[in-house]
Every structure is written in structure tokens, then in C-alpha cells.
Design a protein around this ligand. Structure first.
Ligand code: NAD
Length: 392
């Protein structure tokens, strides 16, 4: 099969196995280039391990610290006629590299919100790892079925309190235009908290604790985006932001319930960048195209692996953590500082359909978007006839 990108709106419906492998290898090489990272985790569970920030966390654990990793993700396997998802191919590439270096890696592909997958993970930990000393929670999902009630909740991306009109960029039509977003009702806010809030993170930690597989001093973190004024109406102070606030509640609850084990639970705030999750959020493609421009000019641009390497080496396993008033690790300072935000705001106010490509780094955004699916990567032969049936 010759595999070319099939982009539909904010998603690409296929993926390139060789390109995905190359991008995983690049991330591994980045972490290795940092040399000896010192003391770190030994047995790591990554929930949401196949793409974006979760994959970078798994790579940093395994290739930065030599840790055993158990990943949980929800990806589609390839068939003879259809490619697998990018996360599938990323995971296969990760396993290849881990095997080559003798680093333990296992992956469970299934719904992390379900109790069944939690039990499967516990069985694997008991059999192969004993206990875990780091749990990364990096799920991004539009829906969740509550295992206690069987009710499926769907998240929405809407402002809270009042309607909001702003600029957005339609990646499909290459058009900057105004978008008016109606405020969410109470039910929509509640639904979003059910999906993207802290309930499932807490449930994972409860299950792990009850099964006796949490090591003393175990660390756990869940990822959030806080942002600044430009994104608050659609993110920080919107439905998704309400869900993310619930992570702070969950972190405190996890610490409280596991005080005998001295478990450390912190939310980590990361910068905005192109992932499958962020491409789906209105306004974000425009905002990210502008911050890429500004941050590349400032020399502060970072991707998933740079952010996560920083989080591990400075905060989780280092001694230069920046913690905010809510006990969150802050890795987003290079984006959210006032000087950088002021430059982005100038561009934001000026940007129109006519000058969008000149003022923004849309080329950079689009390249990163295609790269998520293994496309537009130097050194990959996209004319090659490939077997999509890759597994791990
Ligand atoms: P992503 O879409 O790249 O990754 C999501 C991961 O979750 C994948 O591994 C996917 O397989 C897994 N997943 C989704 N539903 C699942 C399910 N039901 N069961 C098992 N696995 C499932 O997303 P991302 O951008 O890396 O986001 C990860 C976290 O980081 C999210 O909490 C997000 O809010 C946060 N974050 C993202 C950004 C950003 O700009 N992308 C910034 C800050 C924080």
C-alpha cells in the first residue's frame, strides 16, 4: 500500500508506519542526547501512552531513566486495506526500540475508563513489575462511560457563562473567520467534567492502591493546560477548564487517601502544541500557529518531548520545580509569561484572512500536524509500497 495523508477537517484518518516510527526514534534520540538523567522512576504506568504528551512521558521514562513501562491506550489496529492509527504505529515503534535495548515494555490496548482494563493493568503490574512508582495520566477523549452506572458522557468545548465571539482558523478551508460559541448549559459542563475531570484518575489510583501495587513514595501526575487571557474564554474558563479544575480536587484527594504511602500527586500544566487532541479545539490552531511564530523567534519553541523531559528532570525527579498556588507543576512559563503573551496578542489583533500566512507559522503548525500521523517527515519515502500490518 502507498500511503498518502487523508485529511478530513481537523483529523487525518490514516497514518504512515515508517513516518510514525521515525518520529518516535527522533524523540528517543532527543532524550538520549541528554545523557545520564540521574535517579528516576523504575516502574511506570502511562495511561494514554500512544501519542502526544503520554507517548513523550513513556519515552522519557524508558529511554531517559531505563524504566519498565506499562502503557494503556485506545488505538485501532491496521487491516489489509486500512492503516492503523498513528498511536498504534507509535506503540509498535516504541516496542521495537525497547526490545532492541532490553527495556521492559508492555501495552494494553483498550478503554482506560473501564474497570476491566484497570484490572488487566493490575495483573500485568503484579506479574512483571511488582509495584509502580510513577503513574502518568494523559488521556484526552471526547467521551467516557462511567463504569459504575454504564452511562456514557460526552464532553463539549464551549464557553461558560456567556457567548463568546472570536477569530478562528478553519484548517480545512484555509480561512480565518469569526466564530460565535454559545455558552454551555449546566448539563454540558457536568458532562465535560465527567469525561475530562479527575474522577477516572482518582479511580485508577484507588484501584492500584487497593491491589497493593503502589510503591511507597509513588508519584502521579495528570496533565492540564491553563493558558492565558487569549485562550481562557474557550479553554481555561470554559467547559474543558472546569473539567481540568477538577484535576486539582482529585490530586488533593489522591494525596489524602494515600498519605500512609506518601504518594505525591500533582497536576502538571504544559504548553499548547499540536496534538490530535488540541487540533480539535476551536481557536487553538490559530493560537498555536501564532505562538509557534513568536516562540520560534524567541528561541523558546518546544514540542512534547522537550516539555516532558523538562517536567521529569526539573519537577518530578529534579529539584528545580516551579509549583503554583494549587500545587501544580508549571512547565508553561515560556508560553504564558506576559512579554510573550503581549507579542502574541499584537499578532492576534492584526491577523486576518489576508495576512494569516505572513503573521503566523502555519507552515510549522501544518508540518507538525502531518507529522503526528507520520507524514511530511524528511527521509521517509512516501512513494514506497508498504505493508500496513505492523504489530508489537
Ligand atoms: P493525544 O490525543 O495526543 O493523546 C491522548 C492519548 O489518550 C492517546 O494515547 C490515546 O490512545 C489515549 N486515549 C484516549 N481515549 C482513551 C481511552 N478511552 N482509553 C485508553 N486510552 C485512551 O492528546 P494530548 O494532547 O497528548 O493530551 C494528553 C493530555 O495532555 C490531556 O489531558 C490534555 O488535556 C493535556 N494537555 C494537552 C496540551 C496540548 O496542547 N496538546 C497542552 C497541555 C495539556
Amino acid at each position: 500500500m502507498v500511503i498518502k495523508p487523508k485529511v478530513r477537517g481537523f483529523i487525518c484518518t490514516n497514518a504512515h508506519p515508517v513516518g510514525c516510527a521515525k518520529s518516535v526514534e527522533e524523540q528517543i534520540a532527543y532524550v538520549k542526547s541528554k545523557g545520564d538523567l540521574g535517579a528516576g522512576p523504575k516502574n511506570v504506568l502511562v495511561v494514554g501512552s500512544s501519542t502526544g504528551y503520554g507517548l513523550a512521558s513513556r519515552i522519557t521514562s524508558a529511554f531517559g531513566y531505563g524504566a519498565n513501562t506499562l502503557g494503556v491506550c485506545f488505538e485501532k489496529a491496521p487491516t489489509e486495506r486500512k492503516t492503523g492509527t498513528a498511536g498504534w504505529y507509535n506503540t509498535a515503534a516504541f516496542h521495537d526500540q525497547a526490545k532492541a535495548e532490553g527495556v521492559y515494555a508492555q501495552t494494553i490496548n483498550g478503554d482506560a475508563f473501564s474497570d476491566e482494563i484497570k484490572h488487566q493493568a493490575i495483573e500485568k503490574i503484579k506479574a512483571d513489575m511488582g509495584k509502580v512508582d510513577l503513574v502518568i495520566y494523559s488521556l484526552a477523549s471526547p467521551r467516557r462511560t462511567d463504569p459504575e452506572t454504564g452511562v456514557t458522557y460526552k464532553s463539549t468545548l464551549k464557553p461558560v457563562g456567556q457567548a463568546y465571539t472570536t477569530k478562528t482558523y478553519d484548517t480545512d478551508k484555509d480561512k480565518v473567520h469569526e466564530v460565535s460559541l454559545e455558552p454551555a448549559n449546566d448539563d454540558e459542563i457536568l458532562n465535560t467534567i465527567k469525561v475530562m475531570g479527575g474522577e477516572d484518575w482518582e479511580r485508577w489510583m484507588d484501584f492500584l492502591r487497593d491491589a497493593g501495587v503502589l510503591a511507597e513514595g509513588c508519584k502521579t501526575t495528570a496533565y492540564t493546560y491553563i493558558g492565558k487571557e487569549l485562550t481562557w474564554p474557550i479553554y481555561g474558563q470554559a467547559t474543558i477548564g472546569k473539567a481540568k479544575e477538577d484535576l486539582d480536587r482529585a490530586a488533593a484527594a489522591i494525596i489524602g487517601k494515600n498519605s500512609d504511602l506518601l504518594v505525591q500527586a500533582n497536576v502538571s500544566s504544559l504548553k499548547a502544541l499540536v496534538t490530535q487532541a488540541s487540533s480539535a479545539i476551536p481557536v487553538m490552531p490559530l493560537y498555536i500557529s501564532l505562538i509557534y511564530k513568536v516562540m520560534k523567534e524567541e528561541g523558546t519553541h518546544e514540542g512534547c518531548i522537550e516539555q516532558i523531559y523538562g517536567l521529569f528532570s526539573q519537577c518530578l525527579f529534579g529539584n528545580s520545580a516551579t509549583l503554583d498556588e494549587a500545587n501544580r507543576y508549571r512547565m508553561d512559563g515560556k508560553e504564558t509569561n506576559d512579554a510573550t503573551q503581549a507579542k502574541i496578542k499584537v499578532l492576534w489583533d492584526q491577523v486576518t484572512q489576508e495576512n494569516f500566512h505572513e503573521l503566523s507559522d502555519y507552515e510549522g503548525y501544518h508540518h507538525e500536524f502531518l507529522k503526528l500521523f507520520g507524514f511530511d517527515i524528511d527521509g521517509v519515502d512516501y512513494e514506497q509500497d508498504l505493508d500496513p500490518m505492523v504489530s508489537w
